[in-house]
Structure formats: C-alpha cells, structure tokens
Write a protein that binds this ligand. Structure first.
Ligand code: FAD
Length: 317
C-alpha cells in the first residue's frame, strides 16, 4: 500500500486548507495517510490535523521551530518520512514548501517535482503531471525512484467533504541544527491587505485600467468583495502596484474560488498564475482577447462602465 506523508501548511497558528486537499487525494489513490506538523505550540492543532484526513500525526513542536527555516524543517520531514516509511511526500504550494522540498529529496535520495497537478500509482510506479514552458504543455513524468517529494500546485486537488482521519500522534524531537544563518524575525506585509495566496476571491487589474484612477476603481470592487487585489505584470512594471501583487509565471500562483480579470489581455504568462481558479470572470473591451478562452464568464465592455455596474449589483446581494 502506498504511503503518503503530507507536510501540514500552518500559517500564524492556523492549519491551511491545502492539508485536507492533499489528504483527500492521498485517500483517493488508496494510500495510507500521515501528516507532519512543524512549529511551536502546535499541539492544539492535532484535532484539525485529524479532521483534515490524516491517520498518523507526526508533531515536531519546539520553540526553535517557531519561524520557518528550510534546514530544520526539512530534517523534521525526513525524520517523519523515515519513521512512516513514506514513498510519497507532499508539500502544499507555498514559499516554505518550495524551499524545503528539494532539501528533503536530497536527504532521502528521492526524486523531486514541483507544481504537480496530478499523481498516479501503478503498483510501485509513480507518475506525475506538471505544467511546463509557462503552462504551454503538461508533462507526464515517470519517476524512476521509489520515493517522490512533490510540491502540489495550488488548487490541483479538491478536499472531499466530510473527510476525517484517526488520531495517532507521534512526537518528533527537535532537529540538531548547526545553521550558518538563523531567521530571527519575519516581518509581514503591514498593509493589512488580504494575502493573494489565501484569498477565496481575487480581483486583478491590467493595463486596461490605464492609470491610478482606473486602478483605484478596480480596487474598490476588490474591497466590496473582501477579495485579494492582484495585477498583471504590466501594472507592476508601470509602478502602480507592488511586486508581491503580481499574478503569473514570475509572480504569484493563485487558485481562488473566483478570479476576476479586469482589463487583462490574458497573456500566457498571466494565465500561468491563475488558470487553476475554479471560476474565472473577465472584463475586456476586446472580444478577441485571449482571456476569454479561459473565462467561465466574460463581459465585453469598457471596464470604466462595467465595474461601477458590478459594484452596484454586488451591493444588492
Ligand atoms: P495588455 O496585454 O496591454 O492588455 C490590456 C488589455 O486591456 C487588452 O486586452 C485590452 O483589450 C484591454 N482594455 C484596454 N482598455 C480597456 C477598457 N477600458 N476596458 C476593458 N478592457 C480594456 N505578465 C503577468 O501578468 N504576470 C507574469 O508573471 C508575467 N511574467 C512574464 C514573464 C516573462 C518572461 C515575460 C516575457 C512576460 C511576462 N509577463 C507577465 C508579461 C505578459 O507577457 C504580458 O505582457 C502582460 O501580462 C500584459 O498585461 P496586461 O494584460 O495587463 O496588458
């Protein structure tokens, strides 16, 4: 039986939804499922870890693990993977996952794949699917090792409703570390704006908004919806928004329930960051704009006319 170890995604003491999504996929392929949770004062999360679908919970709880540092985190994952006998080790899509996954793979002498969107097992043979060349193609990769460490692309798997596991807690000791650099403090974005990666709704603005007044108009729509506010690279390069708001190949990858692309053409590099969204709504005055090829709902029109109407309609709901 395949054994999947999922690395719990914990942010500011809260277990993120990707853990249940990954457990659901693990169960769907008939695997035994364990989770490894790493941090400080995280034992209170054990019920959440069980409810997210794990049957064994490896807990590395130590003050030295409060702030993410790839080396110690990787050591904890390797420890749990060895104890569990995992042949698949999955990280949710996050900066910390991307930083720790290759270290874990190197220590286990395992294959490593990032941004996977699917995984299949045929006996011991593992195959994964991942996008390549800015999403122009999907690669199917046959893994030639017994173990695979993978970072799963945001939104690739869905959580099964009512998923649950069983409590079987195994405590891990804090890793011995001899770090050349120690992270002392994490300074978070002080703007108070919703993090794009966590947002259930994302509204993004493109060059069609023309200037700051246009950007502010679209931002008001985002505020009405309590949505994350993103942008195409054109608006970042134009100096209208900070780089951490860029959605796309060289920006953030998001997979919200609803993505609204306002005045964005739909260049392949932008699509690479948002085409995993569950529902896509696009507003563009050009009916031939490529964004309409991926949109579930399209409004052909001038955003300066459409956005105020959308705001009015949303207020009525
Ligand atoms: P445009 O392509 O100029 O499109 C503007 C759209 O607005 C048009 O479709 C137009 O019809 C519409 N419009 C104009 N006026 C109105 C109006 N009044 N009402 C409604 N619609 C209107 N881009 C990203 O976004 N993210 C990335 O991560 C990224 N990485 C890149 C990496 C590389 C290596 C390269 C080469 C490019 C990358 N790009 C990225 C840039 C990308 O190729 C596009 O140039 C960019 O996405 C275009 O942004 P845009 O759609 O806002 O602008």
């Amino acid at each position: 039986m395949a054994k999947v170890l999922i690395v719990a995604d914990i942010k500011q003491g809260v277990l993120k939804g990707s853990t249940a999504e990954l457990s659901s996929k693990a169960k769907a392929i008939g695997a035994e499922t364990a989770v490894v949770a790493i941090g400080s004062n995280i034992e209170s999360l054990i019920p959440d870890l069980v409810n997210a679908g794990s049957d064994t919970q490896y807990i590395a709880d130590d003050p030295s693990l409060e702030l993410f540092s790839a080396g110690p985190y990787a050591s904890c994952v390797v420890d749990a993977a060895k104890q569990f006998g995992a042949n698949l080790i999955w990280f949710g899509f996050s900066e910390s996952g991307k930083a720790a996954a290759p270290r874990v793979a190197a220590q286990l002498d395992a294959a490593c794949a990032t941004e996977i969107t699917d995984v299949t097992l045929d006996g011991d043979q593992i195959e994964v699917v991942r996008p390549a060349i800015a999403n122009k193609v999907m690669q199917r990769i046959k893994v030639n090792t017994d173990q695979l460490v993978a970072v799963v692309r945001a939104g690739a798997f869905e959580a099964t409703e009512g998923i649950t596991g069983t409590e079987n807690v195994v405590k891990l000791s804090a890793p011995e570390t001899d770090l050349k650099a120690v992270i002392k403090e994490l300074i978070s974005d002080a703007s108070g704006e919703i993090d794009l990666a966590d947002a259930d709704v994302v509204v993004s603005v493109g060059r069609g908004a023309k200037d700051q007044a246009g950007v502010d108009l679209v931002k008001e729509l985002a505020n009405d919806l309590q949505a994350g506010f993103g942008a195409s690279r054109a608006m970042i390069d134009g100096g209208f928004m900070a780089h951490n708001k860029q959605v796309g190949q060289t920006g953030k990858i998001v997979a919200p329930t609803l993505y609204m692309a306002i005045g964005i053409s739909g260049a392949i590099q932008h699509l690479a960051g948002m085409n995993g969204s569950k529902v896509i709504l696009a507003v563009n005055k050009d009916p031939e704009a490529p964004i309409f090829n991926v949109a579930d709902y399209g409004i052909v029109g001038d955003l300066f006319e459409v956005v105020p109407i959308l705001r009015e309609e949303i207020k009525k709901v």
